[in-house]
Write a protein that binds this ligand. Structure first.
Ligand SMILES: [Ca+2]
Length: 250
């Protein structure tokens, strides 16, 4: 080791430090979160439900890790962990448009004795605020998963035609958000878009629930409406992916 750093190396060192300050990873086509490193892979919890990795819980059974998202549903226990949601601000951030990401798919299982409905949402450069506010957009597609389900695979359109503003008070544009995603979230919301003021469109239900995710994948293929994910479903008949009508939009 030299006693001092030669000045000629300083520009390179500065560039290196700048590089380290940016996200270590950004979205690329065909990336998959399998949780096989026994890690939550940077999913949740932040303010969201508790994310944990569970051995032998994946679609392949023994030897297959899965992510479990658990919320307690009790606001009296505090905001952290009360809502049925998980999010990622690391490897799923980045320029989805430049990367060519057209769909995101995942395996999900609902062990609860009640149905859940999963949506995906993104925050743009302005980020997500409290109570579902901010530079935020939510999928038009949802995965309605029946009670006590097996594993199913669900595919979401993440092209510009696959999202709507998640709040009437959104700032920024969807195009800018897709070119600068800062957060991907997957949330269980069984009453989304019923509220005419969109006050509840980007957050999870406040419910005591657990559900599982695995093999979260980014692909360049545009999913076909209605038929998305059916070919890859692990359990036939357990999969319902539907499009929501846009008729309630302003
Ligand atoms: Ca796995």
């Amino acid at each position: 080791m030299p006693a001092s750093t030669p000045l000629r190396w300083l520009p390179a060192l500065l560039l290196l430090s700048l590089g380290l300050a940016t996200p270590a990873q950004a979205i690329v086509i065909d990336q998959v979160d399998t949780f096989e490193s026994a890690s939550v892979d940077s999913w949740g919890p932040d303010f969201a439900a508790v994310a944990s990795v569970v051995a032998d819980a994946g679609p392949l059974g023994a030897g297959d890790y899965a992510l479990r998202v658990t919320s307690h549903g009790d606001p009296n226990q505090g905001r952290v962990g009360s809502r049925s949601i998980t999010l990622n601000r690391s490897q799923w951030a980045g320029d989805w448009t430049a990367a060519g990401v057209a769909s995101i798919a995942f395996d999900a299982r609902n062990p609860n004795p009640f149905p859940i409905e999963l949506w995906i949402g993104i925050a743009g450069p302005g980020g997500a605020g409290s109570a579902g506010s901010g530079d935020v957009y939510a999928s038009l597609m949802s995965a309605a998963i029946p009670a006590a389900s097996g594993w199913g695979r669900y595919t979401f359109d993440v092209t510009p035609s696959g999202f709507e503003n998640a709040t009437n008070h959104s700032f920024g544009t969807l195009a800018n958000a897709l070119a600068g995603v800062t957060e991907l979230r997957i949330f269980n919301n069984t009453s989304r878009r019923i509220d005419p003021d969109f006050a509840n469109n980007f957050i999870g239900d406040e419910v005591a629930a657990s559900w599982y995710l695995d093999n979260i994948t980014a692909t360049a293929a545009v999913p076909e409406p209605m038929a998305s994910g059916l070919g890859l479903a692990f359990a036939a008949g357990l999969l319902v992916v539907r499009w929501r009508s846009r008729t309630t939009l302003p």
